[in-house]
Every structure is written in structure tokens, then in C-alpha cells.
Design a protein around this ligand. Structure first.
Ligand SMILES: [Zn+2]
Length: 661
């Protein structure tokens, strides 16, 4: 008889693997937590999981420090060191079990399966720190995550080979059962209170949908799912929930919401093995675009506060579109920014009020205190408005996280987070709409200069955040790829190197026209072409040829084609718009200063024109007409960073150019 450990041996069947072509889509299902008992259990589950994860993150920190410190041993054989320190997926999973065994009280809220998935997520971060990625980069030191950033409990994927095997979070019930339970007079309606779901045989249950988590010592956790009842949402629900065999995995996610009981709103993120839902209207639109724009190639010029798209079909039919925020959106952003500043001031004041010992008095407050002391008056208790008490190198003596904070502070902070999240959603929604319009006009083959929006953020943070060109380009890429897939061609946003093309420094005729960043108008001395700098760049980008599609540095501008297309480009850059948009706007004379309503004397003879230029409005902003009340030259805006907006939206309008004759 052999004394070796007996195992079942390797898996005889072919292991299940996800088919990428089947697609992957995530549906957010809001959970009903009106039952205070279940809500408390959910909150404790996040609390317990956070403790386990924090323990694991400390382990990861210690172990990787020890790993980097063992120079000689690592040089001999790094694998042995990692084995010794338990730096592996299995090592972290064992550590998680040990934490749970050492803290049995947590077993009321956290199961071993959940702890294992937390260990996996910590190991993934550790892996990125220990090993280099394909680009040769390694992530920096590991950090302990903060409580408020801990928003996701990863669940386990169900087994697609074994029936009834789905650990951690499961979804039970059927869509039909759900609709049947909440239909009144033939209408699917939203109940004020969801019915409590109780069952013991979950695998044969077909009532209203519920999130189920079993294996806890306090019994199974059951949370009813709330489904949207709007008719427009029903096809989406049918698409995702119609076939339960495609349900794959559920993560439990919480979101801060000052209006929800307990301060958090809970959602189940259901991953479904299907393609994301596309409405029939969007599908029809994409199909039309795929046929109509098959020969169109577009170039994009990205800026801090606007993007310009130009496209042509074999050098003909050039079209130019400029995208920037319109006045309504700017106004909305301004009021949101104002609201945000006020809230930030409130938060700061509240923090100072509850932690008076951590702040100095301001100069004025000090002077007043001195004056009162000299006059023999008792000191007044004020909220100090001076700087925080800190070491010589500026680090606060007491960390901000040790501050005592009021309930009102927490509420306000939650509102701030919720509003920022909603602003992001609005921005992404808007970007999607704009992307659909642009791809509809300019086709699905787009070229963009390979520049780093992140680097711009360092210089023009506010402006970039307000317009968020990165979000827009990402949305364009997604839309273009979706259309290209329908057309059966390759498409999307391709990157082209700036060094080999120098789009902003060239003219379509091939001549080099040097421009500083401040020069917003392109004037070519050799061919006389004159137009908006961004539009000219975008036109050039649309004529770029990539020798190797994956390599941005293989990009060259096809100047033979641009020279042939010059008359067409000239026409596109000067749309036959009438009215005063064509008047001189980039004048070398003094004009109204930024932030001022006063008109300086200019050499323009017609004073009516000057007044109109300053206070007038047009249907869409033109280069020198970006504000509602005042003229802000693009140049000054770039230089002075006058942006005061936190969030962004953008609007499409046709190009409007101004150019001196
Ligand atoms: Zn030229």
C-alpha cells in the first residue's frame, strides 16, 4: 500500500471557460433595505469584511517589505523567498482563514468563501506591486484602504458545469414571478414596501427576485430586489434577467447616500454572460451610419476645453465640427461650482469647530484676543480660522483622520460624494450622446493625436475637469467600435504620434507654419489658407496615414492628398455663414479685459459693433465669444486659467471661424 496522499487526480472534463464572443454585461439591481434588521446585518457584513481585508492588507505590506529586504536570498532564488513569506494567492487565502479563525465573532457576518475572495482581491494588488506588467511598470507601495472607499464585496461566480453551486451572493426568483407579484390593474408598479421573501428551497423558488447569502451563523440573509418599473426599462430587464442560466456572478456594492437610512444605499451588481443591451433605435442608427460613412475618415484635435473633428471622403466633402460646452451648461457648471465651494467652506468650518485645538487663530482673531486681554476682558470662544498646527515641514501634528467630526459633517460629506458621482454620470451620459452624433456625421474611422490628458490636468486641472476630453474620446472610441463591428470593418479611435506629424505646425499645402500655443488662428504665408488652428489640425489629422496600425510613430501626413483637397478644405474652413460672426475678433487692439465690462477704446470705427462684440450673444459660441456677458479671448483663458467649473458637459455646434482678411 502506498503511503502517498490520495487525491482525486486532475479534472477529467474540459474546464469551463467563458466565451468572450458571448459578451459580458453588468446590471445594477438596487436592494431594498427598509427592514432595519437586515440593513444592520448588511452594514455589519461590510464592517466585518473591512476588518478582514485590513488584516490582509497589513499582512501584504509586511510580507512584501520582508521580500524586498531579503536582497541576497532573493538573488539566489526569488520563488523560495515568496514561498517562505506566503506571497501567493494560496498564502493569502490561508491568512484570511487564520484571521477568521482568530476572530470567531466575525463569523456572524463573514463566511470563509467571502474571506477567500477578499484575499484574492488583496493578492491581485500585491501581484501588481511585486511583478512588472507588460509595459515593464510595477505599482508602488501597498496601502491600507480607507473605510469610506471600501464599497465592494466581491462575490463568487456560479458553477456553469455543476447544478445548484453558487457560493456567497446568489440571485433567486424569476423576472416573471417578480412582475406577477407587483402588478396591479395590469400595470407593473413600484411598491412602497417590498414583500418579505422567505423560503427554504431556494433552487425551486420562482417568486419575486431576491439576493440571498447563506452560510452565516445568524441564518440566511435575504434582501428583496427593487426593479425599475418604467416601460423604457423593461426591455433592459428582459435582456439581462430573462435567462437565469446566463447569470454569472454578483458583487455587493454600497454607495454613500445621505438620504438613505443608515447613510448607505446597497446594490447588487449582477454580471450576465450576454452582450450589453442596445436599444432598437440605437441599433438602427448604427446600421445606417455603418453604410453611409463607410469611406469617411476623421481626424480629431483635442484641446483642454474643446475638441474639433474634421472628416472627408477621399479628399471630398470635408466637414468640420467643434465640440465645447454651451452657455447653458457653463451656467449650470458655474452654479454647481458655487454650491460646491459653499459646501466645502461649511465642511471646513465644521471641522474647525469640532477640533479647535488643532488650528491657530487667524491674525485678526489673535489681535482681537490681545486687545481684549489688554483691556482686561474675558477671552471670547471663537472658531479659529488660522492655519492647522503642523510640524516645520508642514505635516499636521494630528492626522486628519483622527479628527472628531460631527454628524452634520458626515451628512454633508456624503451629500458631496453623492453629488460628485451624479455629476460624473451626467458627464458620461452627455459624452455618449455627443459621441453618437459625431460618429453619425464623421464616421467610425477616427484618428487622434497621441497626447496625455493626464499631463494637461497638471497645468489646466480645472479646465480639463470641466470639459473632460478624456471621457469624450473614450465614448467616441466605444461608439465607433460598435458601428465598425456592424460594418464588419476595423474602426475606433486610433492614436497618431505628434513628433512625426506636428499637425499644429503645418499647413495642408505642406508648408511649415510655426505657431505658439497662444496663436489660435492659422495663417499660411505660402498658400494663404486661413482658419481656426484646431480645425486645420483636425483636417490634417484626417489625412494621416498609419503604416502600422498599432504603432502611433508610423504616422505620416499625406500631403499629396491634402494639396489636392485644398479647395475643399478652404470651403469647409470658411462656412458661408452671414452675420457678424465673420467680423474681426482676434484683434491686436485692446478689447474688453477678462472679467470686466468696460470697453477700452479700439480702432474699430463702429462703436455699435464694439458693444455687440462685448454683450451680444450668438446661437453658438465662436472663438472670441465664449462668455455670456463678457468677451474672454481664448488666448487669455489659456494663459490665466480662468476656469471656475467643476463639471463638464459639452455641446456641439458648427465651426465658426474668424480670420483677418
Ligand atoms: Zn499653406
Amino acid at each position: 500500500m502506498s503511503s502517498e496522499k490520495r487525491t482525486r487526480g486532475p479534472n477529467k472534463q474540459t474546464p469551463w471557460a467563458r466565451q468572450p464572443e458571448a459578451g459580458l454585461s453588468v446590471l445594477r439591481l438596487p436592494l431594498d433595505t427598509s427592514d432595519p434588521v437586515q440593513r444592520a446585518r448588511l452594514a455589519s457584513m461590510f464592517g466585518g469584511a473591512y476588518q478582514v481585508r485590513r488584516g490582509l492588507q497589513r499582512d501584504a505590506q509586511d510580507r512584501s517589505r520582508a521580500y524586498w529586504a531579503a536582497h541576497h536570498e532573493r538573488e539566489r532564488n526569488p520563488i523560495v523567498v515568496r514561498d517562505r513569506l506566503g506571497l501567493s494567492r494560496a498564502g493569502f487565502e490561508h491568512a484570511a482563514y487564520e484571521h477568521l479563525d482568530a476572530a470567531p465573532h466575525l463569523r456572524r457576518f463573514v463566511t470563509k468563501a467571502l474571506a477567500m475572495h477578499l484575499a484574492d482581491s488583496v493578492w491581485n494588488a500585491t501581484e501588481r506591486h511585486l511583478f512588472r506588467d507588460a509595459a515593464g511598470r510595477r505599482q508602488g507601495a501597498l496601502h491600507i484602504g480607507r473605510w469610506y472607499d471600501f464599497t465592494r464585496l466581491p462575490g463568487r461566480a456560479r458553477s456553469h458545469t455543476t447544478q445548484r453551486k453558487w457560493e456567497t451572493f446568489r440571485l433567486h426568483g424569476t423576472l416573471a414571478g417578480h412582475r406577477a407579484a407587483y402588478t396591479r390593474n395590469g400595470d407593473f408598479m413600484q411598491p412602497h414596501r417590498m414583500r418579505a421573501v422567505e423560503n427554504t428551497s431556494w433552487w425551486s423558488y420562482d417568486g419575486p427576485l431576491a439576493l440571498v447569502f447563506s452560510g452565516l451563523t445568524d441564518g440566511t440573509l435575504v434582501l428583496p430586489v427593487r426593479l425599475p418599473t418604467a416601460p423604457s426599462n423593461q426591455p433592459i430587464l428582459d435582456h439581462h434577467l430573462g435567462d437565469p442560466s446566463r447569470w454569472h456572478k454578483i458583487d455587493l456594492v454600497r454607495r454613500r447616500d445621505p438620504n438613505a437610512a443608515g447613510g448607505w444605499r446597497y446594490e447588487a451588481h449582477l454580471m450576465v454572460l450576454t452582450t450589453p443591451y442596445v436599444s432598437p433605435t440605437a441599433a438602427a442608427r448604427r446600421a445606417t451610419v455603418a453604410i453611409e460613412t463607410i469611406d469617411r475618415v476623421a481626424g480629431i484635435d483635442v484641446n483642454v476645453s474643446n475638441i474639433t473633428v474634421a472628416s472627408h471622403e477621399h479628399g471630398r466633402g470635408t466637414q468640420v465640427t467643434r465640440v465645447e460646452r454651451d452657455e447653458t451648461q457653463k451656467q449650470r457648471d458655474r452654479s454647481r461650482a458655487r454650491r460646491e465651494r459653499r459646501r466645502q467652506r461649511d465642511l471646513d468650518r465644521s471641522r474647525r469647530a469640532t477640533n479647535r485645538g488643532q488650528y491657530r487663530l487667524s491674525k485678526r482673531q489673535e489681535k482681537r484676543a490681545r486687545r481684549r486681554a489688554e483691556a482686561g476682558l474675558s477671552p471670547v470662544d471663537v472658531i479659529p480660522s488660522g492655519p492647522r498646527i503642523a510640524r516645520a515641514d508642514g505635516v499636521p501634528l494630528q492626522g486628519y483622520r483622527r479628527d472628531r467630526l460631527s454628524a452634520r459633517y458626515h451628512r454633508q460629506r456624503a451629500a458631496q460624494v453623492a453629488e460628485a458621482a451624479s455629476a460624473t454620470r451626467v458627464r458620461q451620459d452627455r459624452a455618449r450622446q455627443i459621441a453618437a452624433e459625431i460618429v453619425g456625421t464623421h464616421g467610425y474611422q477616427l484618428l487622434v493625436e497621441d497626447c496625455s490628458v493626464a499631463a494637461w490636468s497638471r497645468s489646466w486641472g480645472r479646465a480639463v475637469a470641466a470639459f473632460s476630453p478624456g471621457t469624450l474620446i473614450a465614448a467616441l472610441d466605444r461608439e465607433a467600435q460598435a458601428v465598425a463591428a456592424l460594418a464588419g470593418a476595423s474602426g475606433g479611435v486610433r492614436r497618431i504620434a505628434t513628433q512625426t506629424t506636428a499637425l499644429s505646425q503645418h499647413c495642408p499645402c505642406g508648408a511649415r507654419v510655426a505657431k505658439r500655443l497662444a496663436d489660435r488662428v492659422h495663417r499660411c504665408p505660402s498658400c494663404g489658407l486661413c482658419g481656426d488652428r484646431d480645425a486645420v489640425s483636425a483636417v490634417l489629422a484626417s489625412f494621416v496615414v498609419l503604416a502600422d496600425h498599432g504603432d502611433p510613430s508610423s504616422a505620416r501626413v499625406d500631403y499629396a492628398a491634402t494639396t489636392n483637397a485644398l479647395p475643399d478644405i478652404r470651403r469647409a474652413l470658411h462656412p458661408s455663414s452671414s452675420g457678424w460672426q465673420d467680423t474681426l475678433s482676434e484683434s491686436t487692439d485692446l478689447s474688453a479685459r477678462d472679467g470686466s465690462f468696460i470697453t477700452w477704446s479700439t480702432s474699430t470705427p463702429d462703436s455699435g459693433l464694439v458693444a455687440r462684440r462685448i454683450v451680444g450673444t450668438v446661437a453658438c459660441p465662436i472663438l472670441n465669444e465664449t462668455g455670456f456677458h463678457q468677451t474672454t479671448s481664448e488666448r487669455a483663458r489659456w494663459r490665466t486659467n480662468l476656469f471656475r467649473r467643476t463639471s463638464l458637459d459639452a455641446a456641439i455646434c458648427g465651426t465658426a471661424l474668424s480670420c483677418s482678411p
